[in-house]
Design a protein around this ligand. Sequence first.
Ligand SMILES: NC(=O)c1ccc[n+]([C@@H]2O[C@H](COP(=O)([O-])OP(=O)(O)OC[C@H]3O[C@@H](n4cnc5c(N)ncnc54)[C@H](OP(=O)(O)O)[C@@H]3O)[C@@H](O)[C@H]2O)c1
Length: 274
Amino acid sequence: MSYRRRRLAGKRVIVTGASSGVGRAVALELASRGARVLATARRGDRLEELCRSAAPAAIEPLAGDICEPAFRDRLVAAAVSRLGGLDALIAAAGGGAIGPFRNLTPDTFARIIDLDLTAPAELVRRGLPDLTRGDDPVIVFVGSILGLHPLPLHGEYAAAKAALRSLAGTLRAELAGDGIGVLHVSLGPTESEFWEALVTGERPPWSRGRRMPAAEAARRIADAMEQRRTEITPGWQAMGYALAARFLPWVIDAAASRHLRAAARPGGMAGMNR
Ligand SMILES: NC(=O)c1ccc[n+]([C@@H]2O[C@H](COP(=O)([O-])OP(=O)(O)OC[C@H]3O[C@@H](n4cnc5c(N)ncnc54)[C@H](OP(=O)(O)O)[C@@H]3O)[C@@H](O)[C@H]2O)c1
């Protein structure tokens, strides 16, 4: 294991979820530190705009659906053909669904697990041969504090993020011998389009606090890549939740129950029973 700072300049990087929020901010942050980025998401117009926001040729776009195996193949092949190889994979694409488990459909369950767990896992599997040949390679999984302790109404999402964190732990041990680092990010409330892009349901009241700017989250992720960190929980809100999850999980459960009861009263949260 190396103890020197990882150099981001010149790194050939795939960033998923790059059309908005955290993925977009990470793509810009890495490009500003000299990395060459292949940015992906479904909205190609957003990716074109992202490329124009960075230095010429620092970010290249490739639009597609990360849940499609054939697109994951194309994405890794494009990193090799357009960037000359693959040194870092940032799995930031993700999305949520809100509602009581009993009311959500098997299709919603499958979509969230596919997007938040299967897609990043299979993209890593597909990228591993090239990462193994990469320069001081690293994989970054953008997870959630809900992977540390779940909240009601987020059953699918919290389950996917907990499994993603577990997978990161497995890969970290398995890939250390290949010199591939693995960073898992337990992200707290962050400014993005997450709540507008929900597969189903509405934003619950407990999520309405102050959020970290996506650019700040991106700076912390890039710093953690340079510092060879393996786990980060950016920001005081996320850190507070992580501490409560570890030492006082009943406090989180009691607060969530209180919110649920309030939402169930007449005039409470409209979308909760969808
Ligand atoms: N915001 C928060 O408070 C928060 C908290 C904890 C964790 N996170 C995690 O942070 C990550 C980034 O989310 P965000 O907050 O930045 O939300 P966001 O602004 O909604 O960004 C989600 C990104 O994922 C992409 N995406 C969604 N489905 C896709 C698909 N099938 N194929 C390809 N790309 C897809 C979206 O692009 P297209 O729609 O263009 O495809 C978009 O670029 C997610 O993993 C999320 O779970 C966010």
